[in-house]
Design a protein around this ligand. Structure first.
Ligand code: BGC
Length: 350
């Protein structure tokens, strides 16, 4: 179902798409930022509830969003000092985060209006979004043609397929920044959610949340989520990395060794019985525990988002990869196709 979603400050009309599958799960998407604005999934009693944070109008997305539900690009997470070099040319980006570049810069993909087309197949339905970022936009080289396809399947999974091509060598790292709260969509803390991530290593950061370049074991640290544990269990431990992140805000190096689409993370919310499974082709995932939410944003359903009332699991290449030659490469060359897939799949506890 397609409905108008208001007009941006610069006069662009925004459209809202509602996808509903055979079991009643729905996903709402707007073509401003490719934002997932709602996801209604059943709990253990079959009661549907919205499990993502966001707004119900375009003005609030433009004025008071913290990357809620959006597509992040051209480069997810931070690039140190907003600088990188390719073929001995240095490129400079807008510094929007304490002297560094975060999530694409001043006007990243989250603030662009995407072209949208809905589609329906026998068992699935979705929206295909397209956006061409022109050569030099936000300082990045190359005309970058991107397509992001959201597909809702009959088994309560939302599949996100990313595709891009360029006409000049560039860097790219696309992700989605949905904040989940499987209990109540952001009305209460996420600290009781039980998280599991198939990662025995992570990339520690400095005070500016830039990776130091090390890849270190999670074993015997608060970062060990190899077995499910409540997000809040060790979050208050006095650990330098938790102090820098103000909680969890770290890239996990997934144990899988190829780029096959595999389950890599699971979240269980014990009260509602809702389960979220994450599958990805990416080598990393940013686990962000909503540390910068501080009760100054009121979203849909009249909910004011307090500290740690949403968490993000952003599948990605590692932050600052353009400056870390030993990290998996984020370089895209003319003639190559960037492709990446992530699935958020919902289940309930038996
Ligand atoms: C980053 C956080 C940042 C947040 C934006 C996350 O992906 O890792 O440091 O504050 O996005 O809300």
């Amino acid at each position: 179902m397609k409905t108008p979603f208001g007009t941006t400050k610069d006069g662009k009309k925004i459209t809202h798409y509602k996808l509903t599958n055979q079991s009643g799960m729905s996903v709402d998407i707007i073509n401003y930022g490719g934002i997932i604005s709602s996801m209604e999934v059943p709990d253990k009693n079959g009661v549907f509830g919205d499990v993502v944070l966001g707004h119900d109008n375009i003005k609030d997305y433009e004025e008071k969003s913290d990357y809620f539900g959006c597509i992040v690009g051209r480069f997810g997470n931070r690039i140190a000092h907003g600088k990188f070099s390719l073929d001995s040319t240095e490129y400079k980006l807008f510094l929007n985060n304490n002297g560094h570049t975060l999530h694409g810069g001043q006007k990243g993909f989250d603030k662009q209006v995407w072209e949208a087309k809905s589609f329906e197949n026998e068992d699935t339905l979705g929206v295909k979004l397209s956006y061409t970022s022109i050569d030099g936009e936000e300082g990045y080289p190359g005309n970058l043609k991107c397509e992001v396809t959201y597909t809702l399947t009959k088994d309560n999974a939302l599949q996100i397929d990313y595709m891009a091509v360029t006409d000049k060598t560039t860097v790219i790292n696309l992700t989605n920044h949905t904040y989940f709260n499987l209990k109540d969509g952001g009305n209460s803390s996420i600290l009781d959610h039980q998280l599991q991530i198939d990662a025995s290593h992570y990339t520690p950061v400095d005070e500016g949340l830039i990776p130091t370049g090390e890849i270190i074991p999670v074993a015997e640290t608060p970062f060990d989520f190899r077995q499910p544990k409540p997000i809040g269990k060790n979050i208050a431990v006095d650990h330098v990395q938790l102090n820098y992140g103000l909680g969890y805000d770290h890239n996990y190096v997934l144990d899988k060794t190829d780029n096959a689409l595999e389950p890599i993370s699971k979240v269980i919310e014990p009260e509602s019985g809702r389960i979220l499974e994450v599958l990805t082709t990416e080598p990393g995932i940013q686990f962000y525990s909503g540390n910068f939410l501080k009760g100054n944003i009121t979203g849909k359903h009249g909910i004011t988002y307090q500290h740690r009332t949403g968490f993000c699991l952003e599948t990605q290449h590692f932050p600052d990869s353009p400056n870390q030659p030993h990290f998996p490469s984020t370089v895209l060359k003319p003639g190559e196709t960037y492709q990446s897939t992530t699935i958020y799949r919902f289940k309930v506890q038996d």
